[in-house]
Ligand binder design. Structure first.
Ligand code: AMP
Length: 124
């Protein structure tokens, strides 16, 4: 989209599902919000806790992200959510899928915060 400015509404895409959640146009179980990020429960949880943390700005992938401060705030929000969800002590996982081989299905940067059970490694 032309005329993008960081933090402005024109940084969003009309038809992006996560932009629409950030704008409150489609329902989501929002657990936390800040000026530039939103966290909500995943529709198809892969554990007892599964929260997605997204920037309000439309950034398609981690690979297109260049705002180090924003990325830091997203990570800190993920950490704070783990604390609020009561999974910090036992441990949790923060995942960013990038592109087809990474398993990314929604083209809007998101961090998965997963916990409440023991995850295996390596991932499938
Ligand atoms: P990824 O495969 O890493 O792109 O993750 C996308 C995630 O978004 C999946 O875990 C989906 O279950 C989740 N998801 C898709 N649509 C929604 C929605 N409307 N509300 C909440 N989670 C969603």
């Amino acid at each position: 989209m032309e005329g993008q400015h960081q933090g402005q509404p024109q940084d969003q895409q009309a038809d992006c599902i996560f932009c629409r959640i950030a704008r409150g146009e489609i329902p989501a179980q929002v657990v936390h919000e800040s000026a530039d990020a939103v966290a909500f429960r995943d529709l198809n949880p892969q554990g007892p806790t599964h929260v997605l943390v997204i920037p309000r700005r439309h950034i398609p992938q981690l690979h297109q992200a260049d705002d180090a401060a924003l990325l830091g705030r997203l990570l800190l929000m993920a950490r704070d959510i783990a604390e609020r969800e009561g999974i910090a002590t036992r441990g949790y996982r923060v995942v960013i899928n990038n592109g087809p081989d990474g398993g990314q299905s929604v083209d809007h940067l998101h961090l998965h915060v997963l916990g409440g059970r023991r995850f295996t490694w390596p991932p499938g």
